[in-house]
Design a protein around this ligand. Structure first.
Ligand code: PGA
Length: 256
């Protein structure tokens, strides 16, 4: 059985004090729900404060990205060696970093390997553009992104990998994929590629989230799908009430 995982990607929202206050408010509200892993990914600046606020709770902290080198002359960057003192997860390959920050399949792969080498758990984001979707290229494109991201990753390390299927046209647009569409890509393309690379047992164990305009209103539609193991959430993760509802729905649909 795969333990569902709900991760909040706060993007460039919330100051340090706002992030810390949010974490303190969220922790007791999420405590009653079991069987669902929960993660918050604040800005780099707020990671320390949020990690301190959440110490002793069952909410994990993640980063929104990182460089692949341990250290060096890379102005503005943060390394896995630095992150591992504070976080458990790191989002790699988000479409916004691919679009605005020059992230490529090659840098995604370097970062995934670096994260795993440092004991960080990567949440690898993949997803097609609207044009690719309309041309019917989704399965091939997303499958290719998964292959590229995992090149050189061992079957043993796959235990620590989470994948997030995030169609670009669904991110922040209010227009989500249907549960069935997302389930088909996740099962028929992403999990199928992992099975081809690592065998069925590994593929059945890897957790694959859906992301893109996930809200309390549509959460049950995604969580009722057999191949969807949680969600990577932007906008709705910025409100305590919404975040609590997302975890509650995941616990109801998937929890044990
Ligand atoms: P959204 O963002 O939930 O605001 O669409 C999802 C994401 O970018 O991870």
């Amino acid at each position: 059985m795969r333990i569902p995982i709900i991760a909040g990607n706060w993007k460039m929202y919330k100051t340090v004090s706002e992030s810390e206050a949010f974490a303190r408010e969220l922790a007791p509200r999420l405590a009653p729900f079991t069987g669902v892993e929960r993660v918050v990914c604040p800005t780099f600046l707020a990671i320390d404060a949020v990690a301190r606020a959440l110490r002793g709770t069952d909410i994990a902290v993640g980063a929104q990205g990182m460089h692949w080198e341990d250290q060096g002359a890379f102005t503005s960057q943060v390394s896995p060696a630095m992150l591992k003192e504070l976080v458990t997860y790191v989002i790699i390959g988000h479409s916004e970093t691919r679009q605005y920050l020059g992230e490529t399949d090659e840098t995604v792969n370097k970062k995934v390997k670096a994260a795993l080498a440092h004991g960080l758990k990567p949440i690898i984001a993949v997803g097609e553009s609207l044009e690719q979707n309309e041309r019917g290229e989704t399965a091939a494109f997303v499958g290719g992104q998964v292959r590229a991201a995992l090149e050189g990753v061992s079957a043993d390390d796959m235990r620590h990998v989470v994948i997030a299927y995030e169609p670009i046209w669904a991110i922040g647009t209010g227009r989500s994929a249907s549960g069935q569409q997302a389930n088909e890509i996740i099962g028929g393309s992403i999990r199928a590629v992992i099975a081809e690379l690592y065998g069925d047992e590994v593929a059945q164990a890897v957790r694959i989230q859906y992301g893109g305009s996930v809200k309390p209103d549509n959460m049950a539609e995604f969580m009722s799908q057999p191949n969807i193991d949680g969600a990577l959430v932007g906008g709705a993760s910025l409100k305590v009430d919404d975040f609590v509802q997302l975890v509650e729905i995941a616990a109801r649909e998937k929890g044990r």
